[in-house]
Design a protein around this ligand. Structure first.
Ligand code: DGY
Length: 429
């Protein structure tokens, strides 16, 4: 079967009525930023479904604007995921929806830029305006609850909020959670039963205990505010770049559909003023996360360093340095989630090295905005080759030479399918 058809088939098989799961068994509910990327693929097939995907996600939005990273539709039916809806117990917050269980952490705010693509297909203004208001409400939550010192940059409170779960970027942050703090933390992992070779390709049990320690902590605080010494408070260039890009999209959409954009524009200005001051490292020519508790950047070279291209944040000199850094990645498939040789790198382990299709997609779209088409084409062709050769998997070892065995994590992975569709369609046009 041709690749495009296979990708469409994955999206169809993972569809559960009004939303799409990321992958059978491993992720059996609706995930936040997954749905955004999935919508970009659906737009090429049935645009109506793309809009419905986002509308369904926002049924999980809380009264204070917060948008959870998982919406547990049909929670009782699927038991292959931990932590379950009961574990999160979103009802501890008065803001949580009454009729639907959700998680209590969020994920990168992709919805604004996805909506900008959706409106190209022409939709009823009321539906677009409703979603627009919900997205603005979510961003307002981020600035109200998470903003760091009026910088227009917002903090994440959990590694799962970055989406880059066990990235070496978080290793130093997690050192703050000592083994004796984990004594009472119980984990009942399910993920390891849904993938092959989990010891080499998924986080360790010790890692998981730390993730669940943070969940317990946040749940005890009703998922609302955290004290100053809360151990995981990080400014992530991926989260902040995506939020910025979505704000820029909201500003453009607002003008088109006649909605006041002054608040969104003030967020854009503030972020533009501070993004590089916090995230840019001139010596290395890379963007890095910033650990609020130490007041220092986390200087590990990862794919995360390149996502600000997607939001057109780099100036000419920064662009030059970033391009030189990517071009320096020789003898590997682009773009490893953590660059070989960096501390903590592991070629097959989840976010510690493997290539992810959605990261590649954002980096190559970003490069195109700067007319760096050759490099963007190379990244897309590595992505398509991986999917074609090994199937529509979650992630891929960057060092394995095709056609040796490769392809790890979830099978029939929705965003890999959706963004491959987008890459193939753009290649055709
Ligand atoms: C997981 O469970 O591994 C997810 O990435 C967090 O939502």
């Amino acid at each position: 079967m041709e690749l495009l058809k296979k990708c469409q088939q994955v999206l169809e098989e993972n569809r559960r009525g009004d939303f799409t799961i990321p992958s059978p068994k491993l992720y059996p509910f609706q995930w936040n930023w997954d749905s955004g990327f999935i919508a970009l693929g659906l737009l090429h097939i049935e645009p109506e479904k793309a809009l419905v995907e986002l509308e369904t996600l926002f049924t999980g939005q809380w009264g204070n604007g917060f948008l959870p990273h998982i919406v547990f539709h049909n929670a009782e039916k699927y038991t292959t995921y931990f932590p379950s809806a009961d574990y999160w117990n979103s009802n501890v917050s008065d803001f949580a929806p009454k009729k639907l269980s959700t998680s209590g952490i969020t994920q990168p705010a992709v919805h604004g830029f996805v909506l900008e693509d959706i409106i190209e297909y022409g939709f009823d203004r009321d539906r677009i305006a409703r979603l627009y208001d919900q997205i603005v409400h979510y961003h307002q939550y981020l600035y109200d609850y998470r903003q760091f010192k009026d910088t227009g940059l917002v903090a994440i409170w959990h590694n799962w909020e970055s989406g880059m779960d066990n990235s070496p970027l978080w290793d130093s942050v997690f050192k703050r959670i000592h083994p004796d703090m984990l004594k009472d933390v119980i984990v009942k992992r399910k993920d390891i039963h849904s993938v092959e070779d989990s010891a080499a390709t998924r986080p360790t049990d010790e890692d998981y205990k730390r993730y669940i320690y943070l969940v317990n902590y946040l749940r005890d605080h009703k998922y609302e505010r955290v004290p100053e010494d809360f151990p995981f408070q990080v400014l992530d260039p991926v989260f902040n770049a995506i939020l910025h890009q979505s704000n820029k999209s909201l500003a453009r959409i607002g003008k088109k559909i006649d909605i006041d954009t002054s608040t969104v524009e003030s967020w854009i200005r503030r972020t533009e003023e501070h993004f590089s001051e916090i995230h840019w490292n001139d010596e290395d020519g890379l963007f890095y996360p910033f650990d609020i508790l130490t007041g220092q950047q986390v200087k590990i070279h990862c794919a995360a360093s390149y996502i600000p291209l997607f939001a057109e944040i780099p100036d000419d000199a920064q662009l030059k340095a970033l391009v030189a850094n990517i071009e320096g990645l020789e003898d590997m498939l682009l773009v490893p989630s953590c660059i070989p040789g960096q501390p903590g790198f592991q070629a097959k382990n989840y976010w510690r090295g493997p290539v992810w299709i959605h990261m590649n997609w954002m980096i190559s779209e970003g490069l195109r905005k700067y007319q760096q088409n050759d490099l963007a084409d190379r990244i897309n062709s590595d992505s398509i080759q991986l999917i074609e050769e090994y199937g529509i998997r979650e992630y891929f070892d960057p060092l394995t030479k095709i056609p040796e065995k490769n392809g790890y994590g979830g099978q029939s992975f929705s965003w890999s399918a959706a963004l491959t569709i987008d890459m193939l369609k753009k290649k055709e046009s």
